[in-house]
Design a protein around this ligand. Structure first.
Ligand code: NAI
Length: 345
């Protein structure tokens, strides 16, 4: 029996994991708490932990997991910026779900963008109160506008296709431009200067942390719309707020927020929000915040559960090799995935 401590469980997680786990020798211990240094004790007696984006898997947590005999961290997300993969090497294997539905995230990015630019959120509230005025609801055509896409991986590429469907001109920036893709890659400065809409689809790394800061916003067009469905800390929130207040930024569509870990995914409607920046952002008429829900479709939840159960089984059964393992054996995660012929350590 493979025992898995399943941290940060939400009601929507259980059905798919129970379905894909049934028939296998896996037992999920569903826990509502997030994994961190204070809660890692709950993983005692388990072989694996299953974590999501706001669980903390730093070096201290990894050392404790190792001490308790936990041998696997199974991320049920694509992003792994919350896991210290360097610290994990040689102690605890780390697996993730590289793709579960890039369509879910790309479509949500476009949903936020359309909602914001065509003021659907305002119209919805108005008509519910029989206010049929159109004042203040003027948007702009997407057709012919330039969208700058940062990160042209699985999600970014789908978002580009969606934008092209609207007749938008697409320019992009990526550390590793996709060959023969027909995408016009430009330097980051040029992307900032030319884009009417900027959408972020790159991972959070030391390099991309606060890539949208005061200097970047300074280079952007007046009225630029910024969409972030990737990771909150790609954006310096204070700088974004200043950009909105100075009218440089026309609108912001945010599915992620750099301090989301203790706020998102919970009903806090009866509480006073102790986060001035987020409160201020939400109070802005041209900011839309969703609480990290871009991934949340039926298809994505099923794919996440199916792949995660498969990851866990392949780590503990047969030769122990899992295609979705993350490690630094070859110096870089991408390289390692390409070269793997045997278990990473
Ligand atoms: P991917 O790995 O397919 O693509 C990422 C792209 O970013 C790659 O082309 C890579 O070369 C590029 N990149 C890496 N470093 C860069 C840099 N410094 N500057 C510019 N580009 C850089 O990843 P995928 O599946 O497209 O996901 C993108 C991000 O979306 C994830 O890292 C994750 O943070 C976020 N995400 C958000 C979700 C949500 O619910 N809001 C759900 C799933 C993913």
């Amino acid at each position: 029996m493979i025992r898995v401590a399943f941290f940060d469980t939400k009601a929507y997680d259980k059905p798919s994991f129970e379905r894909f786990g049934s028939g296998h020798d896996i037992h999920f211990r569903f826990l509502e708490t997030k994994l961190n240094e204070d809660t890692v004790e709950l993983a005692r007696g388990c072989d694996a932990v299953c974590v999501f984006v706001n669980d903390t898997v730093n070096a201290a947590v990894i050392d404790k997991l190792y001490e308790y005999g936990v041998r696997l961290v199974a991320l049920r997300s694509a992003g792994y910026n919350n896991v210290d993969v360097h610290a994990a090497f040689g102690k605890v294997h780390v697996v993730h779900v590289p793709a579960y539905s890039p369509y879910a995230v790309a479509e949500h990015a476009m949903a936020l963008l359309l909602t914001s630019v065509r003021r659907i959120h305002k119209a919805y509230n108005r008509t519910r109160e029989f206010n049929f005025s159109l004042n203040g609801l003027t948007g702009f055509d997407f057709h012919g506008k330039t969208v700058g896409v940062i990160g042209t991986g699985k999600i970014g590429r789908i978002f580009i296709d969606i934008c092209r469907g609207f007749g938008m001109k697409v320019i992009a920036y990526d550390l590793f431009p996709a060959k023969d893709s027909g995408i016009e890659y430009v330097p980051l400065d040029e992307l900032f200067a030319r884009s009417d809409v900027i959408s972020l689809h790159c991972p959070l790394t030391d390099e991309t942390h606060h890539m949208i800061n005061a200097a970047a916003i300074g280079q952007m067009k007046k009225g630029v719309v910024i969409v972030n469905t990737s990771r909150g800390a790609l954006v310096d929130t204070e700088a974004l707020l200043e950009g909105i207040k100075s009218r440089k930024v026309g609108a912001a569509c945010l599915d992620v927020y750099e301090e989301e870990a203790d706020i998102f995914f919970e009903d806090r409607s009866g509480h006073i929000l102790n986060d001035e920046l987020l409160s201020r952002l939400i109070s802005m008429p041209n900011v839309i915040v969703t609480s990290h829900q871009a991934f949340l479709t039926e298809e994505a939840l099923n794919n996440i559960a199916e792949t995660t159960v498969g990851n866990i089984l392949s780590c503990f059964e047969k030769d122990g090799i899992c295609d979705n393992e993350l490690c630094y054996r070859c110096g870089s995660i991408e390289q390692c995935k390409k070269d793997r012929k045997q278990k990473c350590f």
